[in-house]
Design a protein around this ligand. Structure first.
Ligand SMILES: Cc1ncc(C[n+]2csc(CCOP(=O)(O)OP(=O)(O)O)c2C)c(N)n1
Ligand code: SF4
Ligand SMILES: [Mg+2]
Length: 312
């Protein structure tokens, strides 16, 4: 179903075209891993048969936040660390949309960490792509929550004294129902993982390793990665929480020692999303709120002017 059809308009759009009509010149640096995310998303969306009007892409602030300038869909370039609450509200109002939130490691694991934890816990039905370049890129290379211990930057010239956050383990303990890691150096795997994440019913977290050749020249994202599903060295059940936790622990231990493990780490199929729980409890109508908003006969229908007046 087209998202437009929920409010009474049909749009005829080219299924394979996710490049904006007037393509802006990408301002990412040459060799930036962010291009890999864009490429993977442009592979995943048409593969799923989605059209631009069926997707909402909400971004945070950072180099990563520029993603929706280069991907044609509904877009909301929001505030640093605040993409998730906006994405949640949009999904609750219009469940017909495929909602994707995206932002950097500073955005999602630092300032927005609390939103990350609780959106995962509540299992909101969306995909969350975290561009993990292990630094603050846009603001010129400061230490981020994923920078390895000892990493030298302008803010930590003697080297960071902090252990990095463990994004996969954090997502698991918080309650995400799909957790994967991929890398910009492997756009094919990344495209497949994004397609799965978008299809997943519930909160899908993708930690996307994106190299920043400008400010993080020693990042390990350049080294050859291993796909844990393809390798004979790793044997674990992605549907088993305990086995997934152990696999994540190992993955996060070896990341800065030169072994980059990628793939699917946890998949929980049968857990209802937050919205489904609310519908089942009779606390939320099945009819999309967005549709009711544009329905002249709905009791509570308000005009945009009334809404703005209420918030003045
Ligand atoms: C509330 C707020 N605090 C701080 C900033 C400044 N700021 C902009 S981007 C950024 C960090 C970006 O790092 P990251 O989220 O990792 O994204 P990247 O640029 O690496 O993709 C910061 C601190 C801001 N824009 N808003
Ligand atoms: S500063 Fe780094 S993250 Fe930002 S566009 Fe350049 S290479 Fe990419
Ligand atoms: Mg970053």
């Amino acid at each position: 179903m087209s998202a437009f059809s929920a409010i009474g308009e049909e749009a005829e759009l080219d299924r394979d075209e996710f490049t904006p009509g007037i393509e802006p010149q990408a301002t990412w640096c040459p060799g930036c891993g962010d291009f890999g995310v864009l490429k993977a998303l442009k592979q995943a969306a048409p593969e799923l048969g989605l059209t631009p009007d069926e997707i909402l892409l909400v971004t945070g602030i950072g180099c990563s936040g520029k993603l929706n300038s280069y991907f044609d869909s509904y877009g909301y370039h929001s505030i640093h660390g605040r993409s998730l609450p906006i994405a949640r509200a949009a999904k609750l109002a219009n469940p017909g949309l495929s909602v994707i939130a995206a932002g950097g490691d500073g955005d999602g694991y630092g300032i927005g960490g609390n939103h990350f934890m609780h959106t995962a816990r509540e299992n909101h039905d969306m995909t969350y792509i975290v561009f993990n370049n292990e630094i603050f890129g846009l603001t010129k290379g400061q230490t981020s929550p994923t920078s390895p211990k000892g990493h030298k930057s302008k803010t930590q010239p003697q080297g960071s004294a902090k252990d990095p956050i463990r994004p996969l383990s954090l997502a698991l303990t918080s309650g995400a129902s799909y957790i994967a890691r991929t890398a910009a150096v492997n756009p094919r795997q990344a495209g497949n993982i994004l397609a799965e994440a978008i299809e997943h019913d519930g909160f899908a977290h993708v930690d996307f390793l994106t190299q920043c050749p400008t400010w993080n020249k020693d990042a390990k994202q350049y080294v050859p990665y291993v796909d844990v599903q393809d390798s004979d060295d790793y044997d674990f059940d992605v549907n088993d929480r305990g086995e997934a936790a152990e696999m994540m622990q190992e993955t996060e231990d070896v990341l800065h020692e030169g072994t980059v493990l990628t793939g699917r780490f946890y998949v929980e199929e049968d857990r209802p999303s937050y919205q489904q729980e609310k519908i089942d409890q009779g606390q939320m109508p099945e009819e999309p709120l967005a549709e009711r908003y544009f329905d002249d006969s709905a009791d509570w229908q308000r005009t945009a002017d009334e809404l703005i007046a209420r918030h003045r």
